[in-house]
Design a protein around this ligand. Structure first.
Ligand code: SAM
Length: 379
């Protein structure tokens, strides 16, 4: 049975593990480790046997054929964050800048029972599965349901009972799960329906306002319940807020995560003299070219031999930061540098609006419990 490496940490790479191979920052591949197999990259071929027995995080190097150089990869343990960066996309997905924020706003922890719809590519499902007690995930697309079920099973999330995935249109048919449904839930003898009692709800659907009215039947009656709707346009947020209010969800709040990564870099200080020298150099070369062309055409008109006329070799200009030329290593002591902060061109995040709201069904106070607590802590 596969071990859910997404929930438990392990130190050593073993046969049968699903590992993530880090080739470069934007190239991460999930691989099942099997003795005798080879992982091929354009940097070299890495045998799985060279990985087995090593610690997760190890660098594996191979000599590049016919050269003295080495290609290398890193073998990493699967985490929901790395899985999000490497998973096969079947839909738009929720990335870590959003999921991490949503997790803390929903206060999702080891006692949480979570509803998620739709499952999509299962990106967020892995984050919920690591932290929550139970995840009830719903997907109405038949093929995607099957793919997500297989993937969750391969990752050990179905067998350890953490994740229950159900094939369902939640807008039409709500969230309740019964024996007649296509679901991964394993019904016990005599059990006909599932006690969901969710206290965290995440809706990544085109029309979350159609699903919200169905939540009352499946949320916890005793705990404060938090919902988050992930919607790309403000009109969707508007409709969602209207329905949330109608169905008693309160303290609504809308947030947009704008992830940015700043890099610290050194930038060469460019002076006016350098720019002027570059312009003079361009002018000099242009002049030489014009003169040569004129001379050649005159010689050709006069039927003179032009074979001696060779292209002038202008001396290679020393490095000019405004022109072409040899590359200079960042920080080269021969030049002046200043420290700058650059924003990374693209950070992976699907910018959507996050609408949060809360509901407490049973608002009556357990007076006896309150008395007991006051007694207990009065000194
Ligand atoms: N949050 C997911 C992730 O991180 O991978 C991505 C969800 S994807 C954007 C939305 C999914 O919702 C699609 O797979 C779609 O088939 C499913 N869906 C849309 N409407 C649905 C409905 N009424 N009931 C169940 N699933 C639905």
């Amino acid at each position: 049975m596969p071990i859910s490496q997404f929930s438990k940490y392990k130190d050593i790479i073993e046969e049968g593990d699903m590992a993530l191979i880090w080739i470069s920052r934007d190239n991460l591949k999930p691989v099942t480790i099997k003795s005798g197999q080879v992982f091929n990259t354009r940097y070299g071929s890495f045998s799985h046997d060279s990985m087995i027995g090593k610690e997760y995080g190890s660098q594996i190097a191979v000599r590049t054929k016919g050269s003295n150089r080495f290609g290398f990869i890193h073998v990493l343990q699967c985490t929901p964050e790395l899985w999000t960066l490497s998973l096969p996309h079947r839909t738009q997905i929720v990335y870590t800048p959003d999921s991490s924020y949503i997790m803390q706003k929903l206060q999702c922890g080891p006692r949480s029972r979570v509803i998620e719809a739709g499952t999509g590519s299962g990106s967020f499902s892995h984050t919920f599965a690591r932290s929550a007690n139970k995840l009830f995930s719903y997907e109405f697309h038949q093929l995607r349901y099957g793919q997500a079920l297989d993937e969750f099973r391969d990752h050990g999330l179905i067998d350890d009972g953490k994740v229950i995935i159900t094939h369902r249109d939640v807008c039409q048919n709500g969230f309740e799960i019964s024996k007649a449904d296509t679901t991964s839930y394993k019904f016990k003898e005599g059990e006909n329906s599932v006690d969901i009692s969710a206290d965290c709800v995440f809706l990544d659907l085109p029309a979350p306002w159609e699903a919200i009215p169905h939540l009352d039947n499946v949320i916890s009656k005793t705990k404060k319940v938090a919902v988050c709707c992930f919607s790309p346009c403000i009109e969707q947020v508007d409709k969602t807020l209207e329905v949330m209010e109608k169905y008693g969800w309160h303290d609504a709040q809308m947030v947009e995560i704008q992830g940015r990564q700043y890099e610290s870099r050194r930038q060469m200080v460019r002076k006016l003299d350098d720019a002027l020298e570059r312009l003079r150099d361009v002018k000099r070369r242009k002049q030489q070219g014009v003169e040569r062309r004129k001379r050649l055409s005159e010689q050709l008109v006069n039927n003179e031999d032009v074979s001696d006329d060779v292209r002038p070799t202008t001396p290679k200009t020393s490095y000019n930061p405004f022109g072409k030329g040899s590359r200079v290593k960042e920080g080269d002591k021969q030049f002046e540098w200043k420290q700058v902060a650059k924003i990374e061109a693209e950070i992976k995040s699907h910018t959507s609006y996050l609408t949060f709201a809360y509901k407490l069904v049973d608002k009556t106070r357990n007076e006896q419990l309150v008395e007991e607590l006051i007694d207990k802590y009065k000194d």
